[in-house]
Design a protein. Structure first.
Length: 304
């Protein structure tokens, strides 16, 4: 069983299915499937491929033949890993397949925020010729929280714009940072010194926001934040307050605590925001790579 976004932009995943001789059924539901919808799809399945669809213990209980779950992407916080382990179900994902696409979007959001792109477009269409002034990249400090596959791609792009790059990732050895000419630092230092911060970490297991109100308040006044990772990494209500007070220069986000974003989400009514509907991995290249990688990995597990 596979997810609706699978193999939309390229034949590569379908060729992988043919090469691996898999019998695949594609869900016809639009958007992420709920656990209730998934339960109906998985009764016969030996493999399940998901995007951000939530795979909880009830889905696993409804899938007696399931051997493997393939994540069409990287973040696996939508999958109950403990329940999967208890059911003897292997979980695979596609590290690196979408990192360039997400990094491209992170930089797009960064520039859009720094140069007030949306406001310029909006005011022009409303009949004003309002030449807004923004922040230039050259010489500015871009702080990356998380220096994995996507963080490193963002670092290379930021360096191309002449930014000084710092990164906080306590799980990596020093040489990983040195290789890309990036300065490693602590989270408090990164918050206090960055002109722009971009998040590239998974959700912490305890679900608490890394950028809490206290953390956001220690940021450099006027600094901008880009979040292409997970909505829960930022205290959105606090961020909305700090955007209003001007302490935060802008916030650009591609991920939200609840998706689709609810109409009363605090960032919808806050100024200086750029918000996109989780499109980080929605590129032709990433869709092709995620689709074929996940098929080959799932097939490998099924072959034992
Ligand atoms: P990755 O596993 O390669 O890198 C994550 C890095 O975060 C690792 O180096 C890890 O050491 C570090 N890390 C973990 N916890 C941390 C913490 N508390 N503080 C600092 N560093 C920490 O993953 P990636 O491919 O770079 O993806 C990063 C995140 O991007 C994913 O977890 C996912 O949430 C998000 N993502 C979003 C989209 C999108 O469409 N917007 C697409 C893909 C991934």
């Amino acid at each position: 069983v596979t997810t609706p976004s699978f193999g939309l932009y390229s034949d590569a995943p379908w060729q992988a299915i043919e090469a691996e001789q898999l019998d695949v059924r594609r869900s016809r539901a639009k958007g992420p499937l709920s656990p209730a919808q998934l339960r109906e799809e998985v009764t016969e399945a030996v493999a399940l491929i998901v995007g951000v669809d939530r795979v909880d213990a009830s889905v696993l209980a409804a899938a007696p033949h399931l051997k493997v779950i393939g994540k069409h992407g990287v973040g696996i916080d939508n999958i109950d890993l403990q329940a999967a382990a208890e059911a003897g179900v292997t979980v695979v994902r596609t590290p690196g397949a979408n990192s360039r696409a997400v990094a491209d979007l992170a930089v797009t959001l960064l520039l859009a925020g720094a140069r007030k792109l949306l406001e310029a477009d909006r005011t022009l269409r409303a009949g004003a010729w309002n030449q807004l002034f923004g922040q230039e990249m050259h010489g500015r400090t871009l702080g990356l929280i998380g220096f994995g596959q996507i963080g490193r791609e963002v670092a290379r792009r930021g360096a191309g714009f002449g930014c000084e790059i710092t990164a906080y990732d306590p799980f990596l050895p020093e040489e990983v940072f040195a290789r890309d000419g990036v300065r490693r630092c602590s989270l408090p230092e990164l918050l206090a010194t960055s002109d722009f911060i971009s998040l590239h970490v998974p959700m912490p297991p305890d679900g608490s926001p890394l950028l809490s109100r206290e953390a956001l308040e220690t940021m450099k006044p006027g600094a901008g934040v880009v979040n292409t990772s997970r909505g829960g990494l930022i205290d959105s209500a606090a961020a909305a307050d700090l955007l209003r007070s001007g302490h935060l220069g802008f916030l650009a986000a591609d991920a939200f605590e609840e998706e689709p974003i609810p109409p009363d989400h605090p960032l919808l009514s806050a100024p200086n925001t750029v918000l996109t509907p989780h499109i980080g991995a929605c590129s032709d290249g990433a869709n092709a790579a995620m689709g074929s990688d996940v098929i080959h990995d799932v097939a490998r597990v099924l072959r034992g």
